[in-house]
Design a protein. Structure first.
Length: 228
């Protein structure tokens, strides 16, 4: 595989930096169970990376839930207010973010989360997230018109870097198919670290697919290697 060198890095958050995708599954299943429905992995794969109003609408339609988008979001928010503060950082992520930061590589966050749910999730990880200087919250940012798989969030996030790099100089870290499609549509290379249940054949648009961020070799993309 040959990769093009990059100068800037953008990180998705849910399921990539934090294990919050597991917590979303618990919350969505709890609401679905009230109506005798199952929140499947197939449905999860479809909605991952969407903005909150989009994923709420998708789940309601797919499962035939007798709720409005507002009601669904309100019900799940009550659950997530308990769950999100206990989330954990995924393997290899902290080492990579600190490494890039220490080597003065511009890094940013591009999450579909709202600022409100972001604050719940990072409560115990503030120091790590402070290293991600440039942040974009898709569900709260008026410039992000459409959620993933549209490229909006990554284009908006890249424009926050002061030196305004071209898309091909940005490397994206993602865990969802929608996120991979969004990064590719933005003209960026993308490292995918999917849920192990995902059939990797579906991740053909990713530049590279890894089992964990721990497997990432920065030098493959022209970034400073780890000093072992």
């Amino acid at each position: 595989m040959s990769f093009k060198p990059v100068t800037h890095v953008l990180f998705d958050m849910d399921g990539l930096i934090l294990n919050t995708e597991e917590l979303y599954t618990i919350g969505f299943q709890e609401v679905a169970s009230r109506f005798g429905k199952t929140f499947t992995f197939e449905l999860k794969s479809k909605i991952m990376g969407q903005q909150s109003r989009e994923f709420a609408g998708s789940i309601i339609d797919e499962l035939g839930l007798p709720l409005t988008v507002e009601e669904f979001l309100k019900e799940t928010r009550i659950i997530f207010e308990k769950l999100f503060p206990i989330c954990k950082v995924m393997p290899g992520v902290e080492r990579l973010i600190r490494h890039l930061h220490d080597n003065n590589i511009p890094i940013g966050l591009a999450t579909s989360s709202s600022k409100e749910t972001y604050d719940l999730k990072v409560a115990k990880h503030q120091e790590l997230f402070d290293l991600l200087t440039y942040k974009t919250w898709g569900s709260s940012d008026p410039l992000v018109k459409r959620g993933k798989p549209n490229p909006d969030i990554f284009l908006v996030a890249a424009e926050k870097f002061p030196d305004n790099p071209p898309p091909e100089k940005c490397l994206v870290f993602e865990d969802s198919l929608n996120g991979v499609k969004a990064a590719r549509a933005a003209g960026m290379q993308v490292v995918m670290v999917p849920d192990p249940r995902l059939d990797r054949a579906r991740a053909f648009e990713a530049t590279i697919v890894l089992g964990s961020v721990e497997e990432f070799r920065p030098e493959d993309f022209g970034l400073p290697p780890f000093s072992h």
